[in-house]
Ligand binder design. Structure first.
Ligand SMILES: Cc1ncc(COP(=O)(O)O)c(C=O)c1O
Length: 371
């Protein structure tokens, strides 16, 4: 395995994320304090204080796995392996499932590790491009064509999509899962943004409910707004795959933080309330975004995201990184140039999950009006 290249988005955030309070490109939704989370249910503080800090189990506690099974639309505790963040799931899946020389297909642009880890392992990677001129729309014929050319080991997708906010219709999603399953490839479905569709009925069924060989990734970092817990999970109905992924965890974190597991249980028991707040904020912020982009249509080509806390407008003039540098220097608003995504040059990622997004848009508007 060769060393993965630097993760451009993570390096960009590491250098800027806390430089100003006006972060208008985060993919997580408004976060909360430990106290706010514990206040969601009686007895949560006492349970936390009584927690023993020994090692936990490799797969994670039964209660948490059962809650996750429910969150992933009707799966069971046995279908779940708890991980330390979504990122670890991508790592254990790639280590457990891929070998040098395997052909894999990755929907792109995407969160870099979905492309980079298969490449580091020595896989032959074909990218399946989202149509950025149509908000990230899918071309299923193109996927069928890629699958027909050679035997494919795995197909990586992510919906709601980072960075466009695209969400396929249920029919498209079923067609995609069927296409991949019938080809013999394994579907890796990154469902990091589950819970951020406009309402419950708009959420897609988790991939393993449609195909028992599929593996999905979930986490508490985005719609539940708890990235600091570093807690995620792999879900599949293929026990052999889960066992192999669990064995890979012995070389990364062994088990997750007991404190995070306990707090994740509290969050998932109260998911309806947390997601209700998330969806309300996203609706408000989508309106602020719509006003801003309408007033600045000479600078941006904007398509409203179907789901999720992010969108990926195209900048009409100049480079996205020059624009982001200038905006940060002149008004302190942090934007993410699309160049950090392979295939995303010329676009900027905006984040709509934070409470201060309307204020950030106002600052950006007054900065642009000065030029
Ligand atoms: C699509 C996608 N997958 C996985 C991750 C990693 O999640 P975590 O921060 O929980 O490790 C992210 C984070 O931004 C993401 O956008």
């Amino acid at each position: 395995m060769k060393r993965p290249s630097p993760f451009l988005l993570e390096r960009y955030f590491d250098a800027r994320e806390f430089a100003t309070p006006w972060l208008l490109c985060a993919s997580d939704c408004e976060t909360r304090s430990v106290g706010e989370l514990l206040s969601l249910e009686p007895g949560a503080l006492e349970r936390l204080l009584a927690l023993d800090l020994g090692y936990g189990t490799s797969r994670g506690p039964e209660e948490l796995r059962a809650l996750i099974g429910g969150f992933q639309s009707g799966l069971s505790a046995d279908d779940v392996v708890v991980h330390s963040g979504g990122e670890e799931v991508i790592l254990t899946f790639c280590l457990a499932e891929l070998e040098a020389g395997d052909h894999v297909i990755v929907h792109s642009p995407c969160y870099q590790s979905l492309l980079e880890l298969p490449r580091s392992i020595g896989c032959r990677v074909s990218t399946w491009s989202a149509d950025l001129s149509r908000g990230g729309a899918l071309d299923l014929d193109r996927l069928a064509d890629l699958l027909s050319r050679e035997k494919t080991r795995a197909v990586f997708v992510n919906f709601p999509h980072n960075p466009t906010g695209f969400l396929p219709s249920i029919t498209e999603w079923q067609q995609l899962v069927k296409l991949v399953g019938e080809s013999g490839a394994r579907l890796f479905s990154d469902e990091a943004y589950r819970g951020s569709a406009r309402h419950d009925q708009a959420e897609l069924p988790s991939a393993p409910t449609l195909d028992e060989r599929a593996c999905s990734l979930g986490l508490v970092s985005k719609a539940l707004g708890l990235p600091g817990l570093r807690l995620g999970w792999a879900v599949s109905r293929d026990e052999d795959l889960l066992a192999r992924m669990t064995a890979m965890k012995d070389y990364s974190t062994i088990c997750s933080s007991r404190i995070s597991e306990e707090l994740a249980c509290t969050a998932l028991r109260n998911a309806a309330q947390i997601l209700g707040e998330t969806r309300e904020r996203l609706a408000t912020n989508r309106q602020a975004a719509a006003r801003f982009f309408e007033a600045h249509s000479e600078s941006f080509e904007y398509q409203e995201p179907i789901a999720g806390p992010i969108c990926f407008p195209r900048l009409r003039h100049g480079t996205a990184s020059d624009f982001a540098d200038r905006v940060l220097a002149e008004c302190g608003v942090i934007l993410l140039p699309g160049d950090v995504f392979e295939g995303g040059a010329g676009h900027l990622r905006f984040g709509l999950g934070r409470k201060n997004a309307p204020e950030c848009f106002d600052r950006l508007a007054s900065c642009l009006s000065r030029n």
